[in-house]
Design a binder for this molecule. Sequence first.
Ligand SMILES: Cc1ncc(COP(=O)(O)O)c(C=O)c1O
Length: 317
Amino acid sequence: MPIPKSEKIWHNGKLIPWDDAKIHVLSHVVNYGSSLFEGIRCYELPSGPAIFRLAEHMQRLVNSAKIYRMTLPYSRQELERAAVEVVRVNGMRHCYLRPIALRGYGEIGVHPHGTPIDVYIACWDWGKYLGPDADQGVDVCVSSWNRMAPNTLPAMAKASANYMNAQLIRMEAEINGYAEGIALDARGFLSEGSGENVFVVTGGKLLTPPLSASVLPGITRDSVLTLCRELNLPAQEQDIPREMLYLADEVFFCGTAAEITPLRSIDRIPVGSGKRGPITEQLQKEFFAIVEGKRSDRHGWLTPVPAPRPAAVGANL
Ligand SMILES: Cc1ncc(COP(=O)(O)O)c(C=O)c1O
């Protein structure tokens, strides 16, 4: 399904029509994969739209840029303001936001030299990532593809190039009839899904792979760890052998797109009872209560978006 268009996209400080957000085929990014991005959700609360963990997402974009020696022309705070603005001018009640920083059209050759850096922020309406009933559980497989080995492509950067690996994982999973694939790291320990972090629940304890297992430092993962502390659920980061997936009581994905999604089978082996487990359900409920405004936002995770007012195309922001 094509992306449902919103009206405007933020580009280098200006709002431009959706259809004008185009780049040249010889841009550095097209040739060499040099772009960094974020995926952020804006939720509909009774008080109006609010963006989930905006500062942390923009900080991760700034971090990705630092790793790749890309000097962003905007500060984290400016990017945050731009994100709020793009949601507001598009009059979105809830949406998905996609900030992208890319190396544009300039010199050709792997070294970017003076190639300009373009920053865009788009938003659109996006529903459940792993299907409409995903909150009840999905069937997944362990991928034949591993995540990137350490010191190859940095997993801590959310770089588009990493998603060539993710595409292999996801395409293989879908061709074989699964909703998603879980990759192991180069050592054979559990890493993550093509677009989600993974938690395993065993004996009432939650485990998730550490950053050294080639995972993206997920912001939902961090939110889950925070909720576990609050709910007195023991949780820790540790290396997880593959076979623990099959023996776990519960396993779930977490991520901006997937939110908290239970896994009901892995490689056709039922996870626990083959249904969403009680700890996953408890965390899901707590998470959604916060992002739906039913429970207080005690961690300051939500950035409210003011009511829309018309803004002229091309206006400086
Ligand atoms: C590879 C990968 N891992 C994990 C995640 C989850 O990260 P977050 O919770 O910040 O969306 C994502 C999604 O951004 C991802 O693409």
